[in-house]
Design a protein around this ligand. Structure first.
Ligand code: FES
Length: 321
């Protein structure tokens, strides 16, 4: 696990923000300012042996606290349930320093922020920052219903409320977010940021790409992925370029697991192909990409992959390890 440079933080407040969504306010145990962060940053949180990424959703100008919000997801392996059930005010938990894989493009001429459900967390942080910068932006926030929409009142009473439109799946058709209409054609200089459930993100990204939005203007961060084994998964070999050693990856094991069994450790965090921690260079062979981290162009280059979940289309991959 990649928690070598961890921070111990105390839970200063825990609040219900919406149905199945709790926020946790985290402060430094020693009372000192926390490391600064930029809009779109996340921290790794380790609870019960599982490490998960949670975006910071407070104003990035704040240094006295980090605010995260967690959707209790019964379909996950327990990270979110552990936070909801076991972590209380006063507890000390270990997190990583903030990392940012979802940064604002500061040279953009405009920003289109698209949030679905709990995906609002990094988007909200971006809205706070853009409002301070007086940058042109528009935010659309989609949720299943009002009771499942976290931070509605904070947003509605914020300095940037006039930039935001709320959309509810359970509401009248006229107020639903029209992805195809809003992304009908690329807007020069406007950058699109999307975070939310996988289906929402894929709908936004596939629409934008089909309409010709340049990849450089699309920014996204997947929270979790369901990397299920597939019937076509087969065994293959990986070769360590440094030593020439060959390790067989059985069809029911990941590359990371097979390497660990052979005494070779690769740093991981999400183990679901969303965080990028395990990225490894591929020197030859063709990876079978299963992550949601790389862009289509990066996948096509086939010179790096995520060994926590991705496999191989060729019988051997030579890795820069
Ligand atoms: Fe997160 Fe592999 S550990 S992408």
């Amino acid at each position: 696990m990649s928690m070598a440079t961890g921070l111990d933080v105390r839970v200063a407040a825990k609040a219900t923000e919406a149905l199945d969504i709790c926020s946790f306010e985290l402060v430094a145990v020693d009372g000192k300012p926390l490391p600064a962060f930029s809009a779109g940053s996340h921290v790794d949180v380790t609870i019960g042996g599982l490490t998960r990424q949670y975006s910071l959703c407070n104003d990035p100008a704040e240094t006295h606290r980090y605010l995260i919000a967690v959707l209790r997801d019964p379909a996950t392996r327990g990270g979110s349930a552990g936070l909801h059930e076991r972590v209380q005010v006063g507890d000390v938990i270990r997190i990583s320093a903030p990392k940012n894989h979802f940064a604002l493009a500061h040279d953009a001429g405009g920003h289109l922020l698209l949030a679905g459900g709990i995906g609002v967390t990094p988007i909200l942080c971006m809205a706070e920052r853009l409002a301070v910068m007086a940058a042109p932006f528009e935010m659309h926030y989609c949720a299943r219903s009002r009771e499942r929409m976290a931070f509605h009142d904070r947003i509605a009473s914020s300095r940037f409320a006039s930039h935001v439109q709320f959309h509810f799946d359970a509401g009248p058709a006229a107020q639903k977010f029209d992805i195809a209409g809003r992304l009908a054609e690329p807007m020069p200089g406007v950058h699109v940021y999307v975070c939310g459930p996988k289906g929402f993100m894929e709908a936004v990204l596939s629409t934008a790409r089909a309409q010709g939005w340049p990849e450089a203007q699309l920014h996204y961060e997947f929270f979790s992925a369901d990397v299920a084994p597939s019937a076509s998964d087969d065994s293959f070999e990986v070769q360590l370029a440094s030593s020439g050693r060959i390790v067989v990856v059985p069809k029911d094991k990941t590359v990371v697991q097979a390497l660990a069994a052979a005494g070779v450790e690769v740093q991981t965090s999400c183990e679901q192909g969303v965080c990028g921690t395990c990225i490894t260079r591929v020197l030859s062979g063709t990876p079978d990409h299963k992550d949601l981290y790389f862009t289509p162009e990066e996948h096509a280059a086939n010179d790096q992959f995520t060994p926590c979940c991705s496999r191989s289309k060729s019988s051997r991959l030579v890795l820069d390890l």
